[in-house]
Design a protein around this ligand. Structure first.
Ligand code: DGJ
Length: 729
């Protein structure tokens, strides 16, 4: 529900458990009043701010109240060019060189449902009753620039989205320098910032630090959301745990350069913000043009990080992901990458498929190396024609053989790239990201195609489509193995070069949108050197992302736990790979690798022909278990009972949507001799119900499981224990 209190000039956005309030000071500038637990009582807005002016702050002299210094007022969408000298949400340069924007209220409208964002991924509704939206139009009277702030309250889902559209209704061209998607001020800075830094093969580890005076920012200038930082952070009350304390989540539905963080001012108040990174960003807005910011998704929880995550999980799984595969249990797959790398032929792939089909695997993915002359990573990206030396019968012959085994076939692409050693590059040297006469730095011997160009997007679209039309391909792994550097486009004139990174992402989104339209029956999985582009933007086009190139069970437990702060397990590609692990050399039992991987979108990344008979029996059992319970991992509620970064044990509990099935997966990262029993209390059960444990037939009260807890000891393999409970009818 969204209401407007005219007398107080106050907007009140309510979801099931949350209130978010902002309004206008003297009809002029926007102030943020409140975000937190749902409020129902009447407001006296004067109590939401304090005009006591400190010695250092400046008044806003054009307003009657000399004490109304914006530097101490809580902002909702602060613009540059006034006495609020903290991080602005909006920074524009006008033709006369000035950068001052004074936005005042023009109009607003409240409506049922939610509008899509033009050219950008966003959450959506299936029925207008699911959400209410608000658009507040602000205008700069001097220049005619309009800013439309959009808010949506997902009532049941308990989340609020924000985005911004800038419309140049004036006569002159303006240059946008910063348009953040969300900014708001808290009344204190008594929070910890939780975020997800990482690197290749160790993406999204949880980091938590108390806020300090000044700015603390996580960001990306890599042209992608990146594995170094994720476009997500949370501010949590000191001492907040998984199930207690307050948590405020900020997530950006965008796959390019972003900034996210907080600024703690001299008065001990925190300003939080998230949006496109203003660094190296500029957008030229001619008269009549508009600019749409990405969407920020804000989630408040009064019960710790766990509840915040569960809200994000449900929203992103059901109202961000789209298409045929959104609600489907997806295929158990086998991928040949770590089994063969580039060294394969048809016979080898068919032998991997044969063994996989015998244990219940449903889809074979042929990874890198099937096209052009690619026998290592130095050539052929851009030449999306099958390599007939490796696959003499073409893709079709291989696909038919895989299909004859009762399996589906999937294929790897890296469509955004071009190898200097490729026919594509030789024919179109200006198609890559570059600046004339400057070095074209390579990453993994490759350059990036310039997706800000229509003709290059068209090439990508048509070359991928041609392959997908050439055979029965039912899955695509869409890889992207380098960051952007040496940025420039041969097609953009000097005035528009600053738009490049954003235009690239818009081009990518256009291509992905069209591919989804053309191939609704193909399951797309996003990948980027593992999980370097794991963000909500990509999930809109591809409902799962390869979480990391690191499938070592111990490292994966950390990566998946961090990822789960914002993203559901249903979105995480997770495979069992060979030991010693190819990234860290660690040897873990197959049961441990299986237990960690089967929480995500499950698969294998090894040659099953090389496993012992007893391991193969375990593989069969893992697939049987996963086929039966995958839905609980993916659609159920996640409770992170023990966090891997806190100690040697990671325990996740999943409660099915209907609350009837409970799965507890305990994984020991570091074995301790004679550790003794470890009690964990389960969460989210029906306290009045009785549960039966699968396997033992033990009857245990829901209240017992939740209050007395259960003792968990690793069983057969010293590392893993999986327990399943069913609620008695
Ligand atoms: C990086 C991916 O993350 C891997 O899974 C694999 O597909 C390689 N690229 C292939 O080059």
């Amino acid at each position: 529900m969204i209401t407007y209190d005219e007398k107080n000039q106050l907007f009140h956005i309510q979801t099931k458990n949350t209130s978010y309030c902002f309004g206008f000071y003297q009809g002029k500038f926007l102030m943020h009043y409140y975000w937190g637990k749902r409020l129902n009582g009447p407001f006296a807005v004067e109590d939401f701010y304090d005009f006591e002016r400190s010695g250092g702050s400046m008044s806003t002299s054009d307003y009657e109240d000399q004490y109304a210094s914006r530097d101490v007022l809580p902002g909702e969408f602060s613009t540059f060019g006034n006495t609020d000298l903290r991080t602005p949400a909006f920074h524009v340069q006008y033709p006369d060189g000035s950068r001052i924007t004074e936005l005042s209220y023009e109009s607003h409208r409240i409506f049922a449902g939610k509008k899509p964002l033009e050219g950008l991924p966003a959450t959506y509704v299936e029925d207008d009753s699911e959400a209410t939206s608000l658009e507040v139009t602000l205008a700069d009277s001097l220049t005619g620039l309009k800013v439309v702030l959009s808010y949506t309250a997902f009532e049941e889902a308990d989340a609020i989205t924000r985005s911004v559209r800038v419309e140049n209704a004036g006569q002159d061209t303006v240059r946008l320098k910063s348009v953040l998607s969300a900014l708001l001020d808290f009344k204190t800075a008594d929070y910890d910032m939780v975020h997800l830094p990482g690197s290749w093969a160790r993406e999204r580890h949880i980091e938590r630090q108390p806020l300090f005076s000044g700015k603390q920012i996580v960001d990306s200038v890599r042209g992608a959301s990146s594995g170094q930082h994720n476009p997500f952070f949370a501010l949590v009350s000191h001492g907040a745990t998984e199930e207690t304390g307050e948590a405020y989540g900020f997530s950006l539905v965008y796959s390019g350069n972003f900034t996210a963080g907080a600024e703690v001012d001299a008065f001990g108040k925190a300003r939080a913000f998230i949006g496109i990174n203003p660094f190296d960003f500029e957008y030229v807005l001619e008269a009549g043009m508009s600019f749409q910011s990405p969407e920020a998704v804000l989630v408040y929880s009064d019960s710790g990080l766990g509840k915040m995550s569960r809200i994000y999980h449900r929203l992103y799984r059901t109202r961000l992901c789209r298409g045929r595969f959104r609600d489907m249990e997806r295929y158990v797959l086998i991928n040949n990458w770590e089994a063969t790398y580039f060294n394969f032929n048809e016979e080898k792939i068919v032998s991997i498929a044969e063994k996989a089909s015998q244990v219940g695997v449903e889809l074979l993915v042929l990874d890198d190396g099937w096209f052009g002359k690619r026998n290592d990573d130095t050539s052929s990206l851009g030449d999306w024609k099958v390599n007939l030396e490796k696959l003499p019968g073409g893709l079709n012959s291989l696909v038919e053989k895989v299909n004859a085994l009762g399996m589906k076939f999937g294929l790897w692409f890296e469509p955004e790239m071009v190898s200097p050693d490729s026919d594509c590059y030789r024919a179109h040297e200006d198609w890559c990201i570059h600046v004339k006469d400057r070095i074209r730095s390579q990453g993994r011997h490759q350059l990036m195609l310039d997706l800000s160009r229509e003709d290059v997007c068209e090439y990508v679209l048509e070359s991928v489509s041609a392959v997908l039309n050439s055979a029965d391909i039912e899955y695509v792994k869409w890889d992207c193995n380098r960051s952007m550097s040496n940025i420039g486009s041969a097609k953009l004139d000097a005035r528009h070069q600053g738009e490049f990174c954003h235009r690239y992402i818009l081009g990518l989104y256009r291509v992905l949108e069209e591919l989804n339209r053309r191939f609704p029956n193909v399951l797309f999985e996003s990948c980027s050197s593992g999980g370097a582009r794991f963000d909500p933007g990509m999930l809109y086009y591809m409902p799962q992302t390869w979480c990391s190139d690191d499938s070592d069970a111990v490292e994966r437990a950390l990566i998946q736990c961090g990822t789960s702060l914002c993203y559901p397990y249903s979105s995480m590609g997770a495979h069992v790979s060979a030991v010693p692990n190819h990234q860290v050399g660690r040897v873990t039992p197959i049961a441990a690798r299986g237990a960690v991987a089967m929480q995500g979108q499950f698969g294998y990344e090894l040659d099953l022909n090389r496993l012992s008979d007893s391991d193969i029996e375990q593989v069969k059992e893992q697939i049987r278990f996963y086929k039966k319970y995958g839905e609980v991992f993916h659609k159920g509620d996640l409770y992170r009972l023990q966090l891997p970064q806190d100690g040697p044990v990671a325990t996740n509990e999943f409660v099915s949507e209907d609350k009837n099935t409970v799965i507890v997966v305990r994984f020991v990262l570091k074995a301790t001799p004679d550790p003794g029993p470890d009690f964990v209390r389960l969460c989210g059960l029906d306290e009045k119900a009785v549960y039966t444990e699968e396997g033992t037939g033990r009857q245990i009260g829901g209240d017992v499981l939740m209050n007395a807890g259960i003792s968990l000891m690793p069983k057969a393999d010293y590392m893993t224990q999986i327990r399943v409970f069913h609620k008695n009818a």
